[in-house]
Design a protein around this ligand. Structure first.
Ligand code: WT7
Length: 640
C-alpha cells in the first residue's frame, strides 16, 4: 500500500507476509546493533570458514589505508563453492544459465566445484601464480563465472572487461595491469544476432604485449577447428581437457587483492578499483542477506553483468557465499519480445529479482500487456540499482511486476564501495525514490564543502564517515588519485562518494546525482572527459565539451558541444561523395572508441566553450544553460 504523509512524501508499508518471512524483525534495532561497527562485522565474519582467524577487526592506524580482518587467512572460492560440497547443498543448483536462444545450463555446486578446479589447474599450468592478473572479456556465460572463481581459488587477480566495451578499452585495461592471459569468447547473443567479440580482441591484442595466451570460449560455435586459431590462442575446452577436477585453495591473507575492476572518473583515464579478500566477502554476503532476506529456497536473479560491480558482488559472489541459486541470463530484456524477463520469472519461479531503473523504464514503454501474460506470483522482493528510481518507474515495477505485494529495495552503492551501503531491508517502511537509510554497520553523513555534517533537508555531499569491510583499497598504479578524489576533500578519513544528497527529518536519504563530471547513462558510469577525448581524436574536431542531458529512459544521454576545425560542419558529408554526414561519422567514431555504452543524444556545433581563466571547460555552465537554470558562481569564467 502506498499512501502520502504530511510532508507530501509517499509511504509504503510492507505487508504481514513479508514481515513474517523476514529473518530481521526490527529494522531500527538492527541499525542500532550495527553502530558498533567492529563488533557487528566481526560477528558476521564468523559465518565463514577461515584457515586462520584475524588478529584485528579494523586497523585504522594508517588512514585511509584501512585494513579489515588483518592477520586472518581465508579463501573466498572455498567459502563460495568448496564448503557447500560437504553439505546438503552439494546437488543444489548453483548457477542457472539461460540465453535468448532458449539454451539452459544448470550447474550444481558439485559440478561448479569440479569445473572451477579444472580451470584453476589449467591456469596454474599456464604459469599463473598468486598475485598475477587475468583479464576476461566474456559475455554473461558460465565460463565467465567459472573463470572468475578459478582465479580466486588460486589467488590470481581477475579483471573483467564488460563485453560491450571497445578494443580501445580492452587495451587500456589489459596493459594497466599487465595481464598474461585474457579469456574471451567468439561472440555473444544479442537480439537474434551474434555480436563478434573475437574481432575486438584481435584488434586489441595488437597492442597488448604482456598477453601470452588468449583463451577462447567457443561460445556461439563460430570456430570449429584449431586451425582457425593463431599461435597464442587456445580453446577453453581444449585447455581444460584432461585437467584433474580437484585443486587446493591458495591460502590468502585477508588483505590480498581479489579483483580489479575499472570504472570511469572525471578524468580521461579509467580507474582500476582494487578489492581485497576477507572484508569484501563479509561485506557482500551480509548485505545480500540483509537486503534481500535470502533463504535456502530462493531463486535469485540479478540482471547485473559480471563486467560491472553488481555482477561481481550480487550476481556471482554473494549468492554463492550464501549457497543460493543464481540465475544468469544472456540476452536483451526486449527480445524476442518485451515479455522475456517475465516469462523467465514465471518459468523458473524466481523469488528475488534485482535490476536497474533504466531497464524498467525501457520496458514500461511497451505497456502493461507483457507483464500481464505471465504469472509472477513467485516474486517476493524486488531490487533496484544504478541510479535513483523515479516514482513512475517505482510504481510500474511495484504494480506490474510485484503485483502490489513486493517491496522494492533501492540500493545505493558504487564500484568503490563493493557492497550495498544505503538501502532498506524488506521490513522497512519505504519512501519511493529514497534509498532510505544506511545499512547496519554503515555510517553516512551529508556534509558541506569542508566536510561538516549538514542538518536535515540541506543538500550536500554524500560522505561515508566510517570504514566498511568491502571498501576498495586503492586504485591500481594511481595512489595520488586515490587520495585526491576520495579522501582529501574532507578531513579525518571520511570518504567522498561523488554524489549529492539530502537527508530528511526521518533520516531517509535522497540521492541527487553526481557532484563530479561523471555521467550516468543507462546506469553506467562514463566520464565526460573520456567522451570528450574520443571526439577530439577525430580529425574534424577541434574541441569538445559534453554534459549529461536528461532522458526519460536512459536517465542521461550525452550531449556534445563541438568546436569543429575550419571548413567542417556537422551536416556535411564526412568525405567528398560519402553518404555519411559528419554527425553520423562522429557517432560511429565515438562508439568505436568507447563501445555501445556511450549513447549519444545530441551534437551541436559551437564557436566557443565556456572556460575558467585557467582554461578548464565549465561543463556546469553548459548544463545550467541547458536546463534553463541560474548559472551559479561563474566568477572564474574567462572574460571576452
Ligand atoms: C554511482 C555508482 C553500484 C552498482 C551500480 C553502479 C549511482 C547507484 C544508486 C541508487 C541513486 C545510485 C550513484 C553512484 N547510483 N545506485 N540506488 N540511487 N544513485 O555502480 O557504476 O560504480 O556507479 O551510481 O551516482 O555514485 P557505479
Amino acid at each position: 500500500m502506498v499512501n502520502i504523509n504530511s510532508n507530501n512524501q509517499r509511504l509504503f508499508h510492507p505487508n504481514d507476509e513479508v514481515k513474517q518471512r523476514s529473518d530481521i524483525k526490527d529494522w531500527d534495532l538492527e541499525i542500532e546493533k550495527g553502530k558498533d561497527i567492529e563488533k557487528y562485522w566481526a560477528q558476521e565474519a564468523e559465518q565463514f570458514d577461515w584457515f586462520k582467524k584475524w588478529d584485528s577487526i579494523l586497523d585504522e592506524s594508517n588512514k585511509p589505508y584501512y585494513k579489515w580482518f588483518d592477520g586472518g587467512q581465508i579463501n573466498l572460492a572455498y567459502n563460495a563453492v568448496d564448503r557447500w560440497i560437504e553439505t546438503g547443498k552439494r546437488n543444489k543448483i548453483a548457477i542457472l544459465y539461460i540465453n535468448e536462444r532458449g539454451k539452459e545450463v544448470k550447474l550444481t555446486y558439485y559440478e561448479l566445484y569440479r569445473e572451477v578446479n579444472k580451470v584453476a589447474n589449467a591456469l596454474l599450468n599456464l604459469g599463473i601464480k598468486k598475485g598475477d592478473s587475468v583479464s576476461m572479456y566474456l559475455p554473461m556465460c558460465p565460463e565467465l563465472i567459472i573463470s572468475m572463481i578459478a582465479c580466486t581459488k588460486i589467488g590470481a587477480v581477475h579483471s573483467t572487461i564488460f563485453s560491450g566495451l571497445s578494443s580501445v578499452a580492452v587495451v587500456e585495461r589489459v596493459n594497466d595491469i599487465k595481464s598474461k592471459i585474457i579469456i574471451t569468447a567468439d561472440g555473444t547473443y544479442r537480439r537474434g544476432k551474434i555480436i563478434n567479440l573475437k574481432s575486438v580482441i584481435d584488434e586489441a591484442m595488437l597492442q597488448c604485449p604482456t598477453v601470452q595466451t588468449v583463451v577462447l570460449v567457443n561460445h556461439t560455435g563460430r570456430y570449429n577447428d584449431v586451425a582457425d586459431l593463431r599461435g597464442n590462442e587456445i580453446f577453453y575446452d581444449r585447455l581444460i581437457e584432461g585437467e584433474t577436477d580437484s585443486c587446493d585453495c591458495e591460502v590468502m591473507e585477508s588483505e590480498d587483492p581479489l579483483f580489479i575492476l575499472y570504472t570511469s572518473g572525471s578524468t580521461g583515464k579509467p580507474k582500476g578499483v582494487i578489492h581485497t579478500t576477507a572484508g569484501y566477502m563479509v561485506g557482500i554476503a551480509t548485505t545480500f542477506k540483509n537486503v534481500f532476506d535470502i533463504h535456502d529456497d530462493d531463486l535469485w536473479w540479478s540482471t547485473g553483468d559480471a563486467g560491472w560491480i553488481t555482477g561481481h558482488s550480487y550476481t556471482v559472489y554473494a549468492p554463492l557465499l550464501l549457497g543460493t541459486t543464481t540465475l544468469i541470463y544472456e540476452g536483451a530484456p526486449d527480445f524476442p519480445d518485451p515479455g522475456i524477463w517475465w516469462k523467465i520469472i514465471e518459468k523458473y519461479g524466481v523469488t528475488k529479482f534485482y535490476t536497474a531503473p533504466t531497464a524498467i523504464r525501457h520496458l514500461m514503454r511497451f505497456g502493461k500487456k507483457y507483464s500481464k501474460l505471465y504469472n509472477l506470483d513467485s516474486l517476493k522482493i524486488l531490487g533496484s540499482v544504478g541510479e535513483a528510481i523515479n516514482f513512475e518507474a517505482w510504481k510500474w515495477m511495484y504494480e506490474e511486476i510485484g503485483k502490489g505485494k513486493t517491496p522494492i529495495m533501492d540500493t545505493w552503492w558504487q564500484t568503490e564501495t563493493g557492497m550495498h551501503m544505503i538501502s532498506p531491508i524488506p521490513i522497512a517502511d519505504l519512501k519511493p525514490g529514497s534509498a532510505t537509510k544506511p545499512l547496519p554497520g554503515v555510517q553516512i553523513a551529508i556534509v558541506d564543502e569542508e566536510g561538516k555534517e549538514l542538518p536535515p533537508n540541506k543538500k550536500g555531499y554524500l560522505a561515508i564517515t566510517k570504514p566498511w569491510p568491502a571498501m576498495f583499497r586503492g586504485l591500481h598504479n594511481d595512489d595520488e588519485r586515490f587520495i585526491n578524489v576520495y579522501w582529501e576533500e574532507f578531513p579525518g578519513g571520511i570518504y567522498r562518494a561523488g554524489d549529492m544528497a539530502e537527508i530528511d527529518e526521518d533520516g531517509y536519504i535522497w540521492i541527487q546525482g553526481r557532484s563530479d563530471d561523471v555521467l550516468k547513462i543507462a546506469g553506467h558510469r562514463i566520464g565526460a572527459t573520456e567522451v570528450e577525448s574520443a571526439f577530439n581524436s577525430h580529425p574534424a574536431v577541434n574541441e569538445t565539451a559534453v554534459i549529461g542531458k536528461e532522458d526519460p529512459v536512459k536517465g542521461q544521454l550525452i550531449k556534445a558541444f563541438l568546436i569543429l576545425n575550419e571548413g567542417y560542419n556537422l551536416d556535411m558529408p564526412f568525405k567528398e561523395g560519402n553518404r555519411f554526414l559528419l554527425r553520423e561519422e562522429l557517432k560511429r567514431h565515438v562508439r568505436h572508441a568507447l563501445g555501445p555504452v556511450a549513447v549519444l543524444g545530441e551534437m551541436v556545433q559551437v564557436d566557443k566553450l565556456p572556460k575558467t581563466k585557467s582554461g578548464k571547460i565549465m561543463r556546469r555552465v553548459l548544463k545550467a544553460q541547458e536546463e534553463g537554470e541560474d548559472l551559479g558562481d561563474i566568477s572564474t569564467l574567462e572574460s571576452d
